[in-house]
Design a binder for this molecule. Structure first.
Ligand SMILES: [Zn+2]
Length: 218
């Protein structure tokens, strides 16, 4: 059995800790606040936070802001060593909270939530540099590699000396009238495009066969 004390509303910010949503390690980290204080729970993050806060208070950090209307978490932030693993986790967490914005936003988010990392800019830069989403968002856009036009396209020559060919269609057409109605048929078109002048010639063909194509060339 642990002795439990109710933590008043204005003190709950001191007893914050991170834990996975629904205790699932694959889920994102959520910031929780202890409503009760548990004693005898050796690895309790609340105890660690309380200890950190007490150390800060004893060191009298931010002491000149006692008249300020700012929340206590900003007037007396928790000091975190830049080289600690907690600093990396905090920077990552608040960097995601600000939707992968830059270092200024990330640092502001950390400060406004009551964390003061000594030399924060260095660790924030290093976390942002390794952030895959930021690398994707901020990298320069790709350029298409273009080659020179071939000689056939740029050396002047009589029209239709060198052509590109394509066939398109079919269309349904009325071929002839019958006693009962109409006889339908299909038609395609062969497109010749001159490579130098870009002039085009279209020949209609009646079926997709080699002989009609050779006829279209004539
Ligand atoms: Zn990022």
């Amino acid at each position: 059995m642990f002795y439990r004390l109710i933590v008043t509303e204005d003190h709950r910010d001191f007893l914050r800790f991170f834990w996975y949503r629904n205790s699932d390690p694959n889920e994102e980290l959520i910031e929780y606040r202890m409503k009760v204080h548990v004693f005898g729970n050796t690895p309790s993050p609340a105890v660690a936070m309380y200890g950190s806060q007490k150390t800060v208070e004893n060191a009298n950090v931010g002491g000149c802001l006692s008249q300020s209307p700012l929340p206590i978490t900003q007037k007396q932030p928790i000091i975190i060593d830049r080289k600690s693993h907690a600093a990396i986790l905090l920077v990552r967490h608040y960097h995601e909270r600000v939707q992968h914005q830059g270092r200024v936003f990330t640092e502001a988010a950390l400060r406004s939530h009551g964390f003061w990392i000594i030399g924060a800019l260095k660790i924030i830069n290093s976390v942002l540099h390794k952030c895959v989403i930021c690398r994707k968002l901020r990298r320069p856009s790709s350029q298409q590699i273009m080659t020179d036009l071939p000689a056939d396209r740029v050396v002047p020559s009589p029209p239709f000396t060198i052509v590109g060919v394509d066939v398109f269609g079919p269309w349904n057409i009325v071929a002839r009238r019958t006693r009962g109605g109409l006889a339908h048929s299909k038609r395609w078109a062969v497109l010749f495009s001159c490579l130098t002048s870009r002039a085009i010639h279209i020949a209609v063909i009646e079926e997709l066969s080699s002989s009609t194509f050779i006829n279209a060339l004539a």
